[in-house]
Write a protein that binds this ligand. Structure first.
Ligand code: NAD
Length: 500
C-alpha cells in the first residue's frame, strides 16, 4: 500500500486540518510500514463539520425514509465490490487476521443492508387507538439531529456502520470520529459515502485524537446524539459531559470480563473450540472476549488438558496470512497492558498453565502477545480475574454446578457477554435467566454479533442502551400526534370542553 497523505471528509470535500497538524497510522505487525498520514482535527474542522451537518439536516430529513435508505444500499454494494481490498486494509492497519478482517467487512455490509431494509419497511412509529372514537393518535419518529459516532479500533469498519447506518436512515446527519489507530478504515468509509453520492454534510469523517477531536464534538452545543463505543473510562466521561446538556442523549458501549461456562455434561470438543474462539480471536482484543472459563470441577482437569494442548498449537502471525489464528496487538500500550495482566496472574498466586510469550515473536518489531492461560479458585478481589485485560489472557476457574457458575459469572462489575456449554436445556435456561449480561449464547462462543439483535451490556459494560437494532429510541424523538375528525371538541378522561 503506497503511503498516502489523507484528509478529513467535511461537507462533501476532502480537507486538511487548518493547523497543519498530522498524525501517522502504522501497521502494528510491521511498525516500519506507514499506512497513511492523517489530519489532527481541531476547532476549525469541528466547527465546520458541525455547521455543515446542521445545515444539511433539514433537507436530508425531508428526503424521506425510502430515499435515505437507498443511499445505504449503494454504500453496501460499493463495499461488497471492495471487500478484499478493504479487508487487507483492516489487516494492515488494525493487525486483525485477514479472515477476521473480511468478517468485519461483511458485518458492515450486513449492517448497511439492514439499515436499508429498515427504511423500506417504513417503520415510522405507531398508530394507536384512542378512548374518543373521533380521534386518531399517531407516534411519529422524528430524527434527533446531528449524531456524533466515536468508534474504537478493533472493529474499524463494522462498528462505524453499527452506529451510523440506522442514524442516517432515520434522518440524522452523522459525524464519524474513527479511532486514531485505524483512520485509513475511516477514510475508506468516507470514500464509499462520497461514491454513493451522499449529499454534502450528511456524512462526515473527522480524524484525530480523542481529547482534541472526540471530546469537543461531544460537548459542542450543535450536536445532539453521541454514540460511543470504547473503554469504560472514556465512556463514563462522555456520559458525564452529555448530562450537562438537556438536548443531548448518548449511548456508551464499553468493555467486559466475559466468560464461557462449561458444564459437567458439556460436549468437550465444543467446549474447547468455543473457549478458544472466545479467549483468543482478535488476540483477545474484543469487548466480548472471554477472560474467564468457568468449568465444572467434575470435568475441569479433562477440559484444562485439552484446552492447553490446543492453545499450544494456536498460530499467531502476520495478519495477512490466512493460515494464522490471530494477528497482532494494536500497539505497544496493548502489549504492555497484556504483560501486566500476565504478571499479575503470577503475583496474585495463580497457577500458570501456559505462557507462550517466551517464543520468538512473528516479527521482531511488531506488537505481539501469545496465549497465556492460568488457573485457580475464584477470588473476587483478584484484579486479573475481574478486570478487562484486552489481550490473549484467560483463566480457568473451577466451579460446582450451574448455580455457582452463574454466581461467579455475575461477580464482576461488568455484564456484556456470556456463553454456556451444556447438553442440558435446564442449565442453559437457568443461565440465560440469571446471568447478568446483555448478550447470551448457548453452545456457542461468547463472541459474535448480529445487527438484527440488540448488542450491549449491563452494569459497567454500557449505559443500558444497546447498539444496533437497540439504537432506534436514541436516534429518534417520538412525536405524539392527535387528530380530531369531528367538528366539535371532545376531551379525553371525561374532561369538560364546555366554556363556562
Ligand atoms: P478508547 O476508549 O481508548 O477509544 C475509543 C474512541 O474514543 C476512539 O475513537 C478515541 O479517540 C475516542 N476517545 C478517547 N478519549 C476521548 C474523549 N475524552 N472524548 C471523546 N472521545 C474520546 O477505546 P479503544 O482502545 O479504541 O477500544 C477498546 C475498548 O473498546 C475496550 O474496552 C473494548 O472492550 C471496548 N469495545 C466495546 C465494544 C462494545 O460494543 N461494547 C465494542 C468494541 C470495543
Amino acid at each position: 500500500m503506497a503511503t498516502r497523505q489523507m484528509q478529513n471528509f467535511i461537507n462533501g470535500t476532502w480537507k486538511a486540518a487548518q493547523s497543519g497538524d498530522r498524525f501517522e497510522s502504522r501497521n502494528p505487525a510491521h511498525p516500519a510500514e506507514l499506512i497513511g498520514v492523517f489530519p489532527q482535527s481541531g476547532t476549525a474542522e469541528i466547527e465546520e463539520a458541525v455547521h455543515s451537518a446542521n445545515r444539511a439536516q433539514e433537507s436530508w430529513r425531508a428526503l424521506g425514509l425510502v430515499k435515505r435508505a437507498e443511499y445505504l444500499l449503494r454504500v453496501a454494494r460499493l463495499m461488497e465490490e471492495d471487500t478484499e481490498p478493504l479487508a487487507q486494509i483492516i489487516a494492515r492497519e488494525a493487525g486483525k487476521q485477514v479472515n477476521e478482517a473480511r468478517a468485519d467487512v461483511v458485518e458492515a455490509i450486513h449492517t448497511a443492508q439492514y439499515a436499508f431494509a429498515f427504511g423500506h419497511l417504513g417503520q415510522y412509529g405507531r398508530v394507536l387507538g384512542d378512548e374518543v372514537p373521533s380521534k386518531r393518535c399517531y407516534e411519529i419518529l422524528e430524527p434527533r439531529g446531528v449524531v456524533v459516532a466515536i468508534t474504537p479500533w478493533n472493529f474499524p469498519v463494522a462498528l462505524p456502520f453499527w452506529l451510523t447506518g440506522l442514524s442516517l436512515v432515520l434522518g440524522n446527519c452523522v459525524i464519524l470520529k474513527p479511532s486514531e489507530y485505524t483512520p485509513m478504515c475511516g477514510a475508506r468509509i468516507a470514500g464509499y459515502f462520497e461514491q454513493a453520492g451522499m449529499p454534502a454534510g450528511v456524512f462526515q469523517v473527522l480524524h484525530g485524537a480523542g481529547e482534541t477531536a472526540g471530546a469537543p464534538l461531544v460537548s459542542h452545543p450543535g450536536t445532539h446524539v453521541v454514540l460511543f463505543t470504547g473503554s469504560y473510562g472514556v465512556g463514563l466521561r462522555i456520559k458525564q459531559e452529555v448530562a450537562k446538556h438537556a438536548h443531548k442523549v448518548c449511548t456508551i458501549e464499553t468493555g467486559g470480563k466475559n466468560a464461557v461456562l462449561v458444564m459437567e455434561d458439556a460436549n468437550l470438543d465444543m467446549a474447547v473450540t468455543a473457549s478458544l474462539l472466545s479467549a483468543f480471536k482478535t488476540a483477545g482484543q474484543r469487548c466480548v472476549t472471554a477472560g474467564r472459563l468457568l468449568v465444572d470441577s467434575r470435568v475441569v482437569e479433562r477440559f484444562r488438558d485439552r484446552f492447553v494442548e490446543t492453545a499450544k498449537r494456536v498460530r499467531v502471525g502476520d495478519p495477512l496470512d490466512d493460515k494464522v489464528f490471530y494477528g497482532a496487538m494494536i500497539n505497544r500500550q496493548g502489549v504492555e497492558k497484556g504483560r501486566r495482566f500476565n504478571e499479575m496472574a503470577r503475583t496474585e498466586g495463580f497457577e500458570v498453565l501456559l505462557d507462550r510469550n517466551t517464543e520468538a515473536p512473528p516479527t521482531p518489531d511488531g506488537y505481539w502477545l501469545k496465549p497465556f492461560v492460568y488457573a485457580g479458585p475464584w477470588r473476587s478481589d483478584s484484579v486479573c480475574l475481574t478486570e478487562e485485560a484486552f489481550s490473549p489472557h484467560v483463566a480457568i476457574v473451577p466451579v460446582r454446578g450451574v448455580e455457582e457458575a452463574v454466581t461467579v459469572y455475575n461477580d464482576t462489575k461488568y455484564g456484556l457477554s456470556g456463553a454456556i456449554i451444556t447438553e442440558d436445556y435446564r442449565k442453559a435456561k437457568y443461565a440465560e435467566e440469571h446471568m447478568q449480561c446483555g448478550i447470551f449464547y448457548w453452545n456457542l462462543p461468547c463472541i459474535g454479533a448480529g445487527v438484527r439483535l440488540p448488542f450491549g451490556g449491563v452494569k459497567q459494560s454500557g449505559n443500558l442502551i444497546p447498539s444496533a437494532a437497540g439504537l432506534i429510541p436514541v436516534l429518534t424523538h417520538p412525536k405524539a400526534v392527535t387528530y380530531n375528525l369531528d367538528t366539535t371538541i371532545v376531551m379525553a378522561q371525561g374532561l369538560s370542553a364546555e366554556i363556562k
